[in-house]
Design a protein around this ligand. Structure first.
Ligand SMILES: C[S@@+](CC[C@H](N)C(=O)[O-])C[C@H]1O[C@@H](n2cnc3c(N)ncnc32)[C@H](O)[C@@H]1O
Length: 306
């Protein structure tokens, strides 16, 4: 099957890890028996269908697929790509105002890949909050949910940076990874997110184990004078950011870390502070899921010495 795509969807299709994770999850759903609906009445919604690739993966298993795409040029391409499949109907609409009741049927399966790191910059959560009213009681969502983690870092720039296939921010991780939130998309999710996170800074042994001194001598740090910010002999470090990493739970057995085009890790600046090895830094992290990165707020609440 050849897909006609624009440059954005070309990059999405070239990300084989992302595609194979979704394909496997859709095939697993089919193998699991697909709920209670009798053959002939199995319906899927593909929300934010883009090029239509996920509808194409679901097509052999379902009896009817409703694919919805906001962007007109992507919609045109999806329509063209999927034209041979009579059971797929493509709509050019904003899902947030789409009237699902006019379909007169609920979905057995919702597929929705509107993912972005911590679900901040895309509309996965508001879209699912709206659409899942039209999911059957035993219906499933792919992906099933998301797990978010944070680490303390010292980074080169004081603005939000994504570590994606085109850009590599310069930073050093200075503490262990903490899982700070986990969502199941079948639940009603409040888009306004707020959490207190205790970021544990590495102790001296952990710094030694990670080869901290050699690490900051690495040539990628030269331009940014990283060394000047640390006094290793006195175990004094600085942090000025957090690295957020999201893990996508496609189903019970497939959990997918960042891929080139899905949930690249994100570096968020925080107030620059001096810390000692082994300290715990308590921060407040707030954002609106689906509200964009400009909604991210951070505040340092406390530094707890060990
Ligand atoms: C990350 S892309 C995924 C595309 C495709 N499902 C895939 O996996 O290749 C997300 C798509 O959702 C669409 N989208 C975003 N917000 C939307 C909305 N409110 N209603 C409909 N489509 C939307 C975007 O235009 C984009 O094509």
């Amino acid at each position: 099957m050849k897909f006609k795509v624009n440059s954005y969807h070309f990059k999405l299709l070239r990300d084989f890890e992302r595609l194979s994770a979704f394909k496997e999850a859709i095939d697993d759903y089919a193998k699991s028996g697909m709920g209670k609906s009798p053959v002939g009445s199995r319906v899927a919604f593909d929300l934010g269908c883009g090029s239509g690739v996920l509808s194409y993966f679901a097509c052999p298993h379902m009896d009817r697929i409703i694919a919805i795409e906001l962007n007109n040029s992507s919609y045109q391409l999806a329509k063209e790509n999927l034209k041979e499949f009579d059971k797929i109907q493509v709509f050019n609409d904003d899902i947030l105002s789409f009237d699902f009741s006019k379909l007169n049927e609920k979905a057995d399966l919702i597929i929705c890949e509107m993912l972005d790191t911590a679900l901040i910059d895309e509309e996965e959560v508001p879209v699912l909050n709206h659409a899942k009213k039209y999911l059957k009681d035993d219906g499933k969502i792919i992906p099933e949910g998301i797990i978010n983690s944070a680490e303390a870092v010292f980074m080169n720039n004081h603005f939000i940076q994504y570590e994606d296939d085109e850009y590599s921010p310069v930073y050093i991780v200075l503490g262990g990874s903490i899982i700070y939130s986990e969502f199941n998309f079948l639940d009603d999710i409040d888009c306004n997110f707020s959490a207190m996170i205790d970021l544990k800074i590495y102790d001296e042994n952990e710094l030694m184990e990670m080869g901290f001194e050699e690490e900051i001598s690495n040539e990628r740090f030269e331009k940014f004078d990283f060394k000047d910010n640390f006094n290793i002999k006195e175990n004094k470090l600085k942090i000025n950011g957090i690295k957020i990493t999201s893990f996508t739970k496609l189903n019970e057995k497939i959990i997918c870390g960042p891929t080139p085009m899905m949930n690249p890790s994100m570096l968020v600046p925080i107030e620059e502070i001096d810390v000692n090895c082994g300290d715990t830094v308590r921060i407040k992290l707030e954002y609106v899921m689906g509200g964009g990165v400009e909604t991210i707020k951070t505040e340092i609440l406390d530094i707890i010495h060990n």
